[in-house]
Design a binder for this molecule. Structure first.
Ligand SMILES: Nc1nc2c(ncn2[C@@H]2O[C@H](COP(=O)(O)OP(=O)(O)OP(=O)(O)O)[C@@H](O)[C@H]2O)c(=O)[nH]1
Ligand SMILES: [Zn+2]
Length: 200
């Protein structure tokens, strides 16, 4: 299997924000257009956010989940202290946008987020972070502080040769619409969301 290599780097600036380098890659084995945003010169033990695509949350600021608020927090922190955002095209925990919308429809009938995936004939969480590990290696970033509440991201990166020197949690972004979702993530997939487990 060909190694993943960084391909093209272009300047990208968020309105009012800091300039980052947007990096594409060749050799990504899952065929998805993952990319990185690199802020400054990432040091050893760089801050890294491994963010799974959520069109509804990231672009439309949907309050059904916490993704948009987490992405905002990550971009603010990375702009302040340098580091890397990996934007992984893993919409809907890997089942895609249309399936996620179908899963939302089931959740509107009191099915939880993980069971909804199963009822659609899909895995509870289909994300694989092997490509993310290779992207970090291609960027020369192999010891990281990972900004996430999801222990599976740390486990999978470690299994793929990236050292997690610290797991740094994001804030807990509770809304009236995402209460059950956050509670189920805490209770069923071990996300570190203090105070949410007991609400499941
Ligand atoms: N299938 C499905 N996917 C969802 C649902 N809500 C959000 N997602 C997707 O879940 C992914 C984000 O996963 P989360 O569990 O919120 O967070 P995480 O990435 O595991 O953990 P953090 O690093 O702490 O953000 C994105 O790809 C979203 O599109 C849902 O109800 N069903
Ligand atoms: Zn989301």
């Amino acid at each position: 299997m060909a190694a993943i290599r960084s391909h093209v780097k272009v300047r990208m600036q968020r309105a009012g924000g800091r300039v980052a380098e947007l990096v594409t890659f060749t050799g990504i084995y899952d065929g998805l257009e993952h990319f990185a945003c690199v802020f400054g010169e990432p040091r050893p033990e760089a801050l890294v956010r491994l963010h799974s695509e959520c069109l509804t949350g990231d672009v439309f600021a949907s309050t059904r989940c916490d993704c948009g608020a987490q992405l905002d927090e990550a971009l603010r922190r990375l702009a302040a202290e340098d580091g890397v955002l990996l934007y992984m095209r893993q919409e809907g925990r890997g089942i895609g946008l249309y399936n996620k919308i179908d899963a939302y429809s089931l959740q509107d009938h009191d099915i939880d987020t993980f069971r909804a995936n199963e009822l659609l004939g899909r895995g509870r969480d289909e994300r694989d972070y092997g490509a993310a590990a290779e992207m970090l290696r291609a960027l020369g970033v192999e010891r990281v502080r990972l900004l996430t509440n999801n222990p599976d991201k740390c486990r999978q990166l470690e299994e793929n040769g990236i050292s997690i020197v610290a797991q740094e949690r994001t804030g807990v972004y509770l809304t009236p619409d995402n209460r059950a979702y956050l509670a189920d993530k805490a209770a069923q997939s071990g996300h570190l969301l203090p105070g949410m487990e007991s609400l499941s």
